[in-house]
Design a protein around this ligand. Structure first.
Ligand SMILES: [Zn+2]
Length: 117
């Protein structure tokens, strides 16, 4: 399988509708939404996923690290059915030269009612 065609697939945390998106384009979109997220939201996500809170990749795609030091990327998928915002944390690394491994390590859904607090 080529990493360019790798799919991120899981069921919506709210309504269970299957969601899927190209993994790399989903990761690269965190350049926009994750950067714009409030500091408190980033800290919250890091705690939720048990990450070390240190956002790296300042000039490119932001990422944090798992407790073991592995890189954690964030993906966001909006459910077309219930409009929930699903956030996934992905472990993504190069296992051998040009061989990449991506693992879905965590999933959460944003509670819209907390957005303005
Ligand atoms: Zn849904």
């Amino acid at each position: 399988m080529h990493e360019e065609s790798a799919l991120l697939e899981f069921n919506c945390c709210n309504c269970k509708l299957p969601l899927s998106e190209n993994l790399l384009s989903s990761i690269s979109r965190s350049k926009e939404w994750f950067r714009q997220a409030a500091h408190s939201d980033k800290v919250y996500l890091s705690k939720l996923f048990n990450l070390k809170y240190s956002i790296e990749g300042h000039d490119h795609i932001p990422y944090a690290r798992f407790q073991n030091g592995d890189i954690a990327y964030f993906c966001i998928l909006i459910c077309q059915n219930c409009n929930s915002t699903n956030i996934a944390v992905i472990e993504f690394y190069e296992m051998q030269p040009a061989r990449y491994i991506a693992k879905l390590q965590g999933l959460t859904v944003c509670d819209e009612t907390n957005e303005n607090t």
